[in-house]
Structure formats: structure tokens, C-alpha cells
Design a protein around this ligand. Structure first.
Ligand code: NAD
Length: 298
């Protein structure tokens, strides 16, 4: 049984912590928001008043925070987790953050004698609740080996993608494909409809032809075509447009940092910025077809 500290008990973090608790591990939690603390307490998680308050009693810390700035504030600095934890503590950062911050935090963890992995996820809240997440992991082999039994409780597919930050790299490269694909599908279905094609007939053709892709088959933006699609539920997420927007911005920051040309990623980021700024951040990312194609989503 591991003694685990869990920081960031939001939509994803709380069900993940709950699964670790159910598996028999000892969980101490922290969140800055009172409602999240209360929800954790009512699930039987001991909640402390500050992240460092948990350090005396834990050998492992999992973080599930919104963005890089939150990860920095919790991990770094004289009062941060890395400075205060006993050497040898294992850190699992499951947040989706920028690669540069992730690598900086890894370096500091190594400097302080800790083991660390970055382990962003896909699978959403349903995956967190069901313990079926995919974890994309970056970090040293030894840290991965220590973390794996815990990841297997929270997830189903656990992939070691290489060194520090490579989990984040895999996550944002994958989601850049997804964002670009969704826009391509939206354009094609909207154009097809304007040309007189029935969307279902076009789906039957394209999904069995060279235009097929995962987003078309699973998250088709036109209602009434694919059972699993958020389009059938008035575009309630699913995977929120705000999240796609965040991941596309991360991919663009990484591309700029690495000197990589990603013109379609940049265009996808710009289109999701327009869509989110128009007040659609809480809709599923497939709802971008409303902006692109108009009538195809009606
Ligand atoms: P969320 O906003 O529901 O949860 C984040 C939690 O962190 C909140 O409860 C917030 O109060 C807490 N927090 C913020 N700053 C803190 C701090 N300094 N110390 C302690 N707690 C702090 O977000 P979420 O949906 O749970 O997402 C968490 C991460 O998982 C994000 O990086 C997101 O991109 C990623 N992610 C989310 C999904 C999804 O479907 N929700 C899917 C894949 C990945």
C-alpha cells in the first residue's frame, strides 16, 4: 500500500484519487477550492490545509492541475513540493501542461533527488471515473516502473513515451491531429451538404474510403450519424472546445520553442480561438462545425 498525496481534486483528479483509495492506498488530498475539498472529504479522502502539509506521511504525490503555471506554483520555489519533500519521493504530474515547464520541473526534481514522471491523460471524466484512462508517460525508466502499478489502477493503456516531457509531447501532438481532423471533417461534411450530399450517405462512403479517420468515426460533428458523437446531445461535451483550444495553444507554444513548422496546427488554434471567444468553450469541440459549415450542424 502506498501513501499517496493527491493535489488538484477537480473533475479529473477526484475520480482518479477515488480509484486509488478504492484499490487500498492511503490518500491525503489538497485543492485550493473549498467545494473540491468538501467533495474529497465526503469520499473519505483526508484533506490538508496546504500541499506541503501532506509531505511527512507520503511516498508518492500525484498532481492533476489546470495548467503549467499551477504546476510551477505547487512544485517549484523554496516552499514548493520539490524543496520540501523527502529525497526519493515519487512525483506523477498528470496535468496537461507545456513541454518546457514539464522539463523544467523534471530537472528540478532530479536535482532534489526525487523520481518524477509526466503522465498526461486522455479519456476524459468517464475514463477517470472508470479507471480506463490512457497515460502518456515521460521520464526515466526507473520512475516509470515505480509509477506503473498506480497508473494501472487509474488507467487501461499506459505508454512510456521516452524521457522527461515526452508524455506532454505525445499528448499535444496527438491532440493537434485531432483538432485539425475535426476542422477538416467539418469542412468536408458542410461542403458535401451544400453540394447536395446526404451526410449519412457521405459518411458511409468516406468512412470506408481514404478520408476516414478516428474523429469522423467516433466524434462525427453531424448529428444522427455516429452513436458516440456529442452532436447527438446538442454538443454537450465530451471533450470541451476550451480543452481543445488549450491543447492547440500548447502545441503552438511547443512548435515555436522547437522551431517546427505546423501551419495547419496554427490555423486550427486560430479557428478554435475564434470559436471559444464567441462563447462556445463549454460546447464539445465538434460543435466547431456550426461556425465552419452553418447548416450542417442544424
Ligand atoms: P478542473 O479545473 O476540474 O480541476 C483542477 C483542480 O485543480 C481544481 O479543483 C482546482 O481548484 C485545482 N487547483 C488549481 N490550482 C491549484 C493549486 N495551486 N493547488 C491545488 N489545487 C489547485 O480540471 P480537470 O478537468 O480536472 O483537468 C485537470 C487537468 O487534466 C488539466 O490539465 C486538463 O487539461 C487535463 N485533462 C482534462 C480532461 C477532461 O476531460 N476534463 C481530459 C484530459 C486531460
Amino acid at each position: 500500500m502506498a501513501q499517496i498525496g493527491f493535489i488538484g481534486l477537480g473533475n479529473m483528479g477526484l475520480p482518479m484519487a477515488r480509484n486509488l483509495l478504492k484499490a487500498g492506498h492511503d490518500i491525503t488530498g489538497f485543492d485550493v477550492v473549498a467545494a473540491a475539498q468538501e467533495a474529497a472529504r465526503s469520499d473519505g479522502i483526508a484533506v490538508v490545509a496546504a500541499p506541503t502539509d501532506m509531505l511527512g506521511g507520503v511516498d508518492t504525490v500525484v498532481t492533476m492541475l489546470p495548467a503549467g503555471e499551477h504546476v510551477r506554483s505547487v512544485y517549484l520555489g523554496d516552499e514548493g513540493l520539490l524543496a520540501k519533500a523527502a529525497p526519493g519521493t515519487l512525483f506523477l504530474d498528470c496535468s496537461t501542461i507545456d513541454v518546457a515547464t514539464s522539463r523544467e520541473v523534471h530537472a528540478e526534481a532530479v536535482d532534489k533527488g526525487h523520481a518524477m514522471i509526466d503522465a498526461p491523460v486522455s479519456g476524459g471524466v468517464a475514463g477517470a471515473e472508470g479507471g480506463t484512462l490512457t497515460f502518456m508517460v515521460g521520464g526515466p525508466k526507473e520512475a516509470f516502473a515505480r509509477a506503473k502499478p498506480l497508473l494501472e489502477i487509474m488507467g487501461r493503456n499506459i505508454v512510456h513515451a521516452g524521457g522527461a516531457g515526452n508524455g506532454q509531447a505525445a499528448k499535444i501532438c496527438n491532440n493537434m491531429i485531432l483538432g485539425i481532423s475535426m476542422i477538416a471533417i467539418s469542412e468536408a461534411f458542410a461542403l458535401g451538404q451544400k453540394l447536395g450530399l446526404d451526410p449519412k450517405v457521405f459518411f458511409d462512403i468516406s468512412s470506408a474510403a481514404s478520408g476516414s479517420c478516428w474523429a469522423m468515426l467516433n466524434h462525427n460533428p453531424v448529428p444522427g450519424i455516429v452513436e458516440t458523437s456529442a452532436a447527438n446531445r446538442n454538443y454537450q461535451p465530451g471533450f470541451a472546445a476550451a480543452m481543445m483550444h488549450k491543447d492547440l495553444k500548447l502545441s503552438q507554444a511547443a512548435a515555436s520553442h522547437a522551431g517546427a513548422a505546423t501551419p495547419l496546427g496554427a490555423e486550427a488554434a486560430a479557428l478554435y480561438t475564434l470559436f471559444v471567444n464567441a462563447g462556445n468553450g463549454n460546447l464539445d469541440y465538434s460543435a466547431i462545425i456550426k461556425m465552419i459549415g452553418g447548416s450542417a450542424a442544424n
